[in-house]
Design a protein around this ligand. Structure first.
Ligand code: DSN
Length: 445
């Protein structure tokens, strides 16, 4: 395990906080579906001397000298991306997923052009045109939605695309328990002449493992973060497919220009090296079985939750994540109560809207959870049964509580609720059991 001797000498406060966070990650169950544990090799690259360098521009065309080695690092990351996802071009410089997506708008749209993406409360991402995001300030956002059964309403996507003639359509989400139907999105985008951008941030690792369809034959552009199921450092990648180049021969150049000079300055070379390492790791047979196990574990966890009486959006999952609908047990807005009790019991999830949520995005009625991080720790279906049981037992402790509808009452109520559950004996018992259980599943060494 990584040592932090120098930090200990230089800055004891930060050292103590890092160790406390390390303990938190070791002792608890990480169920946030967008989080994961990177390898030590990835972390070493993140802490390497590459962080000292400025490299504005691209390999062979930098604005600064001294980039002969950085060029090779970046070219390796690019080649590995192209091979792994079967794409024609890759830009590995986006600082993370949101700037990667914004660069796609810059490359394909003019301010005011119409774009379509999944509505945020329906599971979509901020950068797919949510009303408070820059992507809706500078572009005309026409969101599409999911149906009662939780699946994307493709009839609505067709109707909106025909009516509004978008320049860009996003396929992707952050809280969607189904596989993405890239082929169907391609039919719509092609029929109205729109660019189709697949945001695969959540499922990139599953795609590489063959546990989810690859959008490369259907989309013009693919974006991803590198730190979710792909298990790399925090970062982003934009890919251009053969189909993208067939639509617009200059698309790769437009994407590269949108990143620099359009949006960013110097790339984070230490991050690029760590991404390259993660891509190498992701090309192994071991990673393929990891990705497949994520999905098996998600199904096992969903089954366990249902057996213990919890309601799931879409009644389960086809990928790495699921959404618990708390309306039957906690009423509207119960997500905050659910996520707090789980936290006290040693399980980290995030409160999330559910389709047609009767409450708001700030006080949603569901919980989003997934299996990428637990699978990295080596847990399998058997362990998921136990995790589901703990989740149900912990959520049962919310029984006496209901979120007040009056907004003023809410903050005092939540304050008291947090004080009470912090002392809850049943939650403390689960936390202790989880801590013991976690010792058998160490973080990557
Ligand atoms: N914040 C990410 C997630 O949790 O899904 C999306 O960017």
């Amino acid at each position: 395990m990584q040592k932090y001797d120098h930090i200990q000498k230089e800055d004891k406060k930060i050292y103590d906080l890092i160790l406390a966070e390390k303990k938190r990650q070791e002792d608890g169950l990480e169920l946030i579906p967008s989080e994961n544990y990177t390898s030590q090799a990835v972390m070493e690259a993140m802490g390497s001397i590459l962080t000292n360098k400025y490299s504005e521009g691209y390999a062979g065309k930098r604005y600064y000298g001294g980039n002969e080695f950085v060029d090779q690092v970046e070219l390796l990351a690019i080649e590995r991306t192209k091979k792994l996802f079967g794409v024609a071009h890759a830009n590995v410089q986006p600082y993370s997923g949101s700037p990667a997506n914004l660069a796609v708008y810059l490359a394909t749209c003019n301010p005011g052009d119409t774009v379509m993406g999944l509505n945020l409360p329906d599971g979509g991402h901020l950068t797919h045109g949510w009303k408070y995001s820059a992507t809706a300030t500078f572009y005309k956002s026409v969101p599409y939605h999911v149906k009662e059964d939780g699946r994307i309403d493709m009839d609505e996507v067709w109707a909106l695309a025909k009516e509004h003639k978008p320049k860009l359509i996003w396929a992707g989400a952050t809280a969607y328990p189904f596989m993405y139907e890239y082929d169907k999105f391609a039919e719509v985008a092609d029929s109205v002449g729109a660019y189709l951008a697949a945001d695969i941030a959540h499922v990139a690792g599953l795609i590489v493992a063959g546990a989810h369809p690859n959008p490369a034959p259907y989309a013009h552009i693919i974006t991803t973060t590198t730190h979710k199921t792909l298990r790399g450092p925090r970062g982003g990648i934009i890919m251009v497919t053969d189909k993208g180049l067939a639509k617009d021969v200059d698309l790769s150049k437009k994407i590269d220009k949108a990143i620099i000079p359009g949006l960013q300055g110097g790339p984070h070379d230490h991050q690029t090296a760590a991404i390259a390492i993660a891509l190498k790791e992701a090309s192994t047979a071991q990673f393929r079985s990891y990705g497949k196990q994520i999905v098996k574990n998600a199904k096992a966890l969903a089954d366990s939750l249902k057996r213990h009486g919890l309601k799931l959006v879409a009644d389960g999952t086809e990928n790495h994540l699921m959404l618990i609908d708390l309306v039957p047990t906690l009423g509207a807005g119960g997500g905050i109560l659910g996520s707090e009790v789980l936290e006290v019991a040693g399980m980290t999830v995030n409160k999330n809207t559910i389709p047609k949520d009767p409450s708001t995005a700030l006080f949603p009625s569901g919980l989003r959870l997934g299996t990428p991080a637990l699978t990295t720790r080596g847990m399998k279906e058997k362990e998921m049964k136990q995790v589901g049981k703990w989740i149900a037992e912990a959520l049962a402790e919310t029984e006496p509580y209901r979120l007040p509808t009056d907004m003023k009452e809410r903050s005092i109520y939540l304050e008291n609720f947090k004080k009470e559950i912090a002392k809850n004996k049943n939650l403390q018992k689960i936390r202790k059991e989880i801590k013991t259980f976690c010792k058998k599943y160490p973080l990557p060494r």
